[in-house]
Design a protein around this ligand. Sequence first.
Ligand code: NI
Length: 389
Amino acid sequence: MAIINRIGDMQPEIAAWRQDIHAHPELQFDVHRTAGVVAEKLKAFGCDEVATGIGRTGVVGVIKGKKGQGSTRVIGLRADMDALPITEITGLPYASTNPGKMHACGHDGHTAMLLGAAKYLAETRNFAGTAIVIFQPAEEGGGGGREMVKEGMMDRFGIEEVYGMHNYPGLPLGDFAIRSGPMMASADRLYIDIEGLGGHAARPHVSIDTVLVGAQIINQIQSIVARNVDPLESAVISITQFHAGTADNIIPQTARLSGTARTLDPNVRDLVEKRLFEVIEGTAKLYGATAKLVYKRDYPVTRNHERQTAFAAEVAREVVGKDRVDDQVPPVMGAEDFSYMLEARPGAFIFVGNGDTAGLHHPAYNFNDELIPVGSSYWVKLVETAMRG
Ligand code: NI
């Protein structure tokens, strides 16, 4: 293990920041308190510049190294700040004080670990170039990372490469997992409005039953994954909502389905989108109904760049040892809006084990504070190694 000693010493302090953020979870772009705490700390650490309000409520800190004067290298490190609309059941002394909101994805830990690294880097500045610490809002569905990129963050701060990290329950505590290429899926949204002919439930022959049509659509679209997508490629289509009807003796005039489509490849994404329109409209037509699909492209594939992935894995090996870093982990079908940063600049996204805990987005989940020295050391070593001077 090569945890940086000073960071090991800082663990209780960083854990206290994490627990304070945990007690005050905020959603989407509405992360004013969290962003305020982050900006205040970055200023107190002596960052050369602290910019707020980027991508609405994002915060960026600039830390210039003292080695190799004149080095123009610039590396971005990103954490996310937002929580989830979940009621916490952990019973922790620092559990959420905001009813119905909870840090159930560990973004409290991500923010604290990057703050810890920022404090260390601002104190030591033992690198040649500039470290940019990025704290984004609205990772959980709002596209805060996309907003920051759209506002020109990469150019404004001259970021050349960008790195992200997410804790991973079920992976042994402090182990790292990464892969080159697609690491996480694209996530698109489906909204399907079905129109039939309402009527008495006892007279189906003079009605067009939107519940039956909806059920057929749900079944038929699974043929896209089973029979259109190459079996060696990956795709998921899940219908997660089916709304119809008002009483048990009425055939409803309309029904609404919604769900998500996930893929790891742009061609598969195009294919799934095209076939969804055909299968949904065609199935409805078969029953004399109409169905209108709105297909909303959302987060793209989180695609790790080859050179930066090899580098990130090397840094992780330096921190926890080579047998605790898997650089060939299979991709997962979850999504990340760090993907927008990876579309804008080369970089890599890495998982770090949270140990045997409740899963992400579960009401009993908690970020493991034992992970702090590992995560903060990874960030510091990444900067010091990439910009050794
Ligand atoms: Ni998350």
